[in-house]
Design a protein. Sequence first.
Length: 266
Amino acid sequence: MIVLVATIAACGGATTSGAPLDSTEDLNSPGESIPSEESSRPSFPFDGTEFELTTDEKTQIIASQLFCPFCSTNVRLNEVQDVPLAEEMRRSIHQLILEGTSKDDIIQFFVERYGVSILYVEDLGLEINVTAHQWWWEFEYLDADGKGTRITIADELRIPLNRTIQLNLTSADVVHSFWVPQLAGKIDAVPERTNGLWFKVEKTGTFLGQCATLCGISHDLHRLQVVVLEQLEYDAWVANYVESSLPNAPTPVPTPTPPPQSSPGY
């Protein structure tokens, strides 16, 4: 974040095209003062619809436009090739929004500064829907097209090594927060809303996680673990799980125990 913001400052507070970054400009339209997060939640028009969004939600929308400018706002964030760069860009977007920089200026700066070509990869990684419950976690592994569900498990998330992981988080009841300290930052799971989290793990092992938002009487028990496997181990686990879950999978027939043989004369 420091590098990116410093780049803007070094340009005299201007975008790469020379247009000034007006600190009083709202994300909705030029010339309007942006209200503080504490006093109100300013509306943020997008695609002709008004939403009441927080700064984090505005950041998500702008990041989606940057990472996939020609897609809808439901862009898969795992299309970003350089995850550390993407995180840095998101933090910078967040800061620029707080400073009142317009959405168009933010997008223009980052697209011209870094170029669109670095933002796409052929491998879209692994997409998993995460639903928080009181007090357990539900993980649904999606097909390659992001539609069908292949695997549904609880409380233990198994992922392959060195693959981009996309988590789509929501909640079935109250606000929770997904947090695995050794892997990624925490992110809220909110009812009737989906938040995205993506990361890549470069070492195998088991990593413990916890809900980081007070979510009821058994909050302390709302835990999870992430098991990172070598790709071959992960593929074997998936194949075994899918095969055992097939409706027409053959049921093993127990071998009958032969009756004891009687001795002659009895």
